[in-house]
Design a protein around this ligand. Structure first.
Ligand code: FPP
Ligand code: MG
Length: 318
C-alpha cells in the first residue's frame, strides 16, 4: 500500500477505531457503540502518525494500525480505570461502569484489549510488530496502575514513587506511541532511542498536567470528575508537595482530620500547583533538548513540539 498524508492517515485511524467498536458482535455492540460516541483527544494516535512521517511528511500504512491499536489500549485502560475510580463521567459522557455496571465494564475493557491486539497484528512487517512490543507496554501500564493502587491513601508517598507510578500508568503508552511511529517511519536504532525518550517525557508531562486539572479545572472544562483524586485515595504531586511543606497540615492529614477545602487551601498555600508546573517545565526542557537532536525537517520538529505543548496544556492546534 502507498504512503499517505497526515490528514488521510488521521481519518483512517478514526475510521478503523469506529469500525472496530461499532462493528463488534451484537452482544457487546451497545456498550462499545456507547464508547464510540466520544473519541477523546487522540493525542497518542497523533504521536504515532507524526513520529512516523518521512522527510516528505508521508506515512506508511502500518502506522495507522499501530495508532488505532494504541488508542484502543488507552480506551481499555480508561474503562477499567473508571471502575477503579468509581467515575461517572468520561470524555463528557456517562462512563460504561455507571451506565451498565462494573462487571460489564470490566469485561468490555478486556474485550477492547483483544481488539487492540488484533489491530496491532495487522501491522504488515513482522519485525516492526515484534520490535514495537506492545504487550510489554501493556505490562508497564498495569504495573504502574497496581503500584498506584498499592499506595492508595499512602500519605508518605515520595516524589520518587509518584514518578514511578505515572511512568507506568501514563508515560509507558506515550513512549510506545513515539517508538511505534519511529519504527514504522523507518528510523535507525539510534534515532528510535531518541523518540522513545521524548515519548516518555511527554507522557510524564501529560500526567503531571492531568494531576493539576484535578485541582484547577471544573468538571465542565475537564469533561470528567475533578476534585476527586484524594477522595479516591490517589495521592498526586501537588498534595505531596503540600504535605512536605506544611508540617501542621501533614499532622492533621495523618490524624484523618482533613476535608477537601483543607487540601485545596494547603495546596494553594504550599504552592503545590506551581511546584508541579515547575517540574513540568523541567521535563519540557529536557524533552526539548532531545527534540533538537532529532534528524528531521524543521516542520516535523515543530509538529513533535506541538504534541508536547498539547500534553503540557498549552493552547495549540496540530
Ligand atoms: C487514568 O489515570 C488511567 C490510566 C492512565 C491507566 C489505567 C490503567 C489500568 C486500569 C490498567 C489496566 C490496563 C488495561 C490495558 C486494561 P487517572 O485516573 O489519573 O486519570 P483520569 O482523571 O483521566 O481518570
Ligand atoms: Mg481515573
Amino acid at each position: 500500500m502507498e504512503k499517505l498524508t497526515y490528514e488521510e492517515s488521521y481519518e483512517l485511524v478514526k475510521k478503523e477505531i469506529q469500525k472496530a467498536l461499532t462493528g463488534s458482535p451484537r452482544i457487546i455492540n451497545d456498550y462499545l457503540t456507547h464508547l464510540s460516541a466520544s473519541q477523546g483527544k487522540m493525542i497518542r494516535a497523533t504521536s504515532v502518525l507524526i513520529c512516523a512521517e518521512d522527510s516528505e511528511g508521508k506515512i506508511a500504512p502500518g502506522a495507522i494500525y499501530a495508532a488505532a491499536a494504541i488508542e484502543i489500549i488507552h480506551l481499555a485502560s480508561l474503562v477499567h480505570d473508571d471502575v477503579i475510580d468509581n467515575a461517572h463521567l468520561r470524555r463528557g459522557q456517562e462512563t460504561l461502569q455507571k451506565k451498565y455496571g462494573k462487571r460489564t465494564a470490566v469485561i468490555c475493557g478486556d474485550y477492547l484489549l483483544s481488539l487492540a491486539l488484533k489491530m496491532a497484528a495487522a501491522i504488515p512487517n513482522r519485525k516492526d510488530y515484534v520490535d514495537i512490543d506492545l504487550p510489554d507496554y501493556i505490562s508497564r501500564l498495569c504495573l504502574g496502575e497496581l503500584l498506584q493502587h498499592i499506595n492508595n491513601k499512602n500519605l508518605n508517598l515520595t516524589v520518587f514513587e509518584y514518578v514511578k507510578i505515572i511512568s507506568g500508568k501514563t508515560a509507558a503508552l506515550f513512549e510506545a506511541s513515539f517508538l511505534a511511529g519511529a519504527i514504522l517511519g523507518g528510523c535507525s536504532h539510534e534515532e528510535v532511542k531518541k523518540y522513545k525518550k521524548i515519548g516518555n517525557y511527554v507522557g510524564l508531562i501529560f500526567q503531571l498536567r492531568d494531576d493539576c486539572l484535578d485541582f484547577d479545572k471544573t468538571i465542565e472544562q475537564a469533561q470528567k470528575p475533578v476534585q476527586s483524586d484524594y477522595e479516591q485515595g490517589v495521592i498526586t504531586l501537588p498534595l505531596i508537595h503540600a504535605l512536605e511543606r506544611l508540617p501542621e497540615f501533614r499532622k492533621r492529614a495523618f490524624d484523618g482530620n482533613i476535608v477537601r477545602e483543607d487540601i485545596n487551601r494547603a495546596v494553594e498555600e504550599a504552592g503545590g500547583l506551581d511546584y508541579t508546573r515547575y517540574i513540568i517545565e523541567r521535563y519540557y526542557k529536557k524533552a526539548g533538548r532531545c527534540i533538537d537532536k532529532l534528524d528531521v525537517t524543521e516542520k516535523k520538529r515543530r509538529q513533535v513540539t506541538t504534541i508536547m505543548d498539547k500534553a503540557a496544556g498549552k493552547k495549540v492546534e496540530i
